[in-house]
Design a protein around this ligand. Structure first.
Ligand code: DAH
Length: 338
């Protein structure tokens, strides 16, 4: 019975193969070679017509048995493989230190700006932005800054080849806003400004400001006072004391500078407030009629107030930061603290 013998040969060869501990891919190949539609066992089965009728049933039975045996053994091997690969996964060393993925945080200057915007938003102010490259007229002339004013000096201003300047403050955005809209106007104008200054712990070639402008009929200085008073209480806390000091700006009349009680020493006097108990924060005043003239507003009909503050300064005062350069160096050890 050579065909029965053939089955035995297949079985023996198969067991030999298994003993060699075939790789996963070899197991798959073996399975197809033996059990596949065009595999060895189906080939042998085709020869069943050569088997004597009496033995046909027995032969069929033997083939099926062998098929089952091969199938079971291969499956057992396969599941052994997947078990091994699983257990290699579970060989993770839980005592290793974790890989820490650095988490980002919102830059302290952005946080301050967000806070300022949200406080003024509640008071009915919207937000206007202007370009960093400005005409000299918007940056100086329209704001009543005289041609010979020291602020126009090459020492302070970056002049561009096309005759424009890098804005030295956010006040020119007031001019743009008044030229594009009629009163009432109630807006804050945040942005980056540039000054040609030597770089040290208290000055940098660029910084950020927020400008404020409110124009309508019958706007008074007392509204300016009340608004800024409330702003500082919201920003520094309700204990803060606010003081208005007479000052001068070409674009406001009367003008004032605003000091707040030093929130680091509570007004007792410390290094940050230079032992005065007060911190200078911003400039403000009633919009000068000359400014209304340059934007063709009727100075008889409208009045308004304006103010401008430095975002870096507001942030430094709040947290007691003593070096401006920290804001631009992107050192994680600094930024993580906010
Ligand atoms: N532009 C001024 C500066 O850069 C700040 C300022 C002062 C803005 C008084 C104003 C203001 O709108 O009324 O120093």
């Amino acid at each position: 019975m050579p065909l029965f013998q053939e089955l035995e040969n297949i079985r023996a060869a198969f067991l030999d193969e298994l003993k060699k501990k075939p790789a996963l891919s070899d197991l798959e190949t073996l399975k197809v070679k033996l059990l596949g539609r065009k595999g060895r066992l189906n080939d042998v089965f085709k020869n069943i017509r050569l088997v004597a009728d009496d033995n046909k049933k027995q032969f069929g039975h033997a083939i099926n048995e062998l098929k089952q045996e091969i199938h079971d053994k291969i499956e057992a091997e396969l599941s052994e493989h997947s078990y091994n690969s699983q257990s290699s996964k579970s060989k993770i060393d839980l005592t290793l230190p974790e890989i820490t993925i650095p988490k980002g945080s919102i830059h302290p200057l952005s946080q301050t700006l967000d806070e300022i915007v949200s406080i003024f938003h509640r008071l009915g102010f919207d937000v206007t932005e202007g370009p960093e490259v400005e005409t000299e007229w918007n940056n100086f002339d329209a704001l009543n800054i005289a041609k010979d004013h020291p602020a126009r000096d090459m020492q302070d201003t970056f002049f561009l080849k096309n005759g424009h300047v890098l804005r030295t403050h956010t006040s020119p955005t007031q001019i743009r806003l008044m030229q594009s809209e009629k009163p009432p106007i109630r807006s804050i104008m945040p942005g980056r400004v540039y000054r040609n200054e030597s770089i040290n712990s208290r000055s940098y070639c660029l910084f950020h400001q927020v400008e404020g402008l409110y124009i309508d009929e019958n706007v008074t200085f007392s509204e300016l006072k009340a608004t800024l008073d409330l702003f500082f209480r919201e920003y520094y806390g309700s204990d803060v004391k606010v003081r208005f000091r007479p000052s001068y700006f070409p674009f406001t009349e009367p003008s004032s500078e605003v000091d707040v009680s030093c929130n680091l020493c509570g007004g007792k006097g410390c290094r940050v407030c230079k032992y005065t108990g007060w911190l200078e924060t911003l400039g403000c005043g009633m919009v000068d009629p000359k400014v209304f003239q340059s934007v063709d507003y009727d100075a008889e009909k409208y009045t308004g107030y304006a103010f401008g503050m430095g975002i870096e300064r507001m942030t430094m005062l709040k947290y007691g930061i003593n070096d401006l350069r920290l804001f631009y160096e992107n050192d994680h050890r600094f930024l993580e603290q906010f």
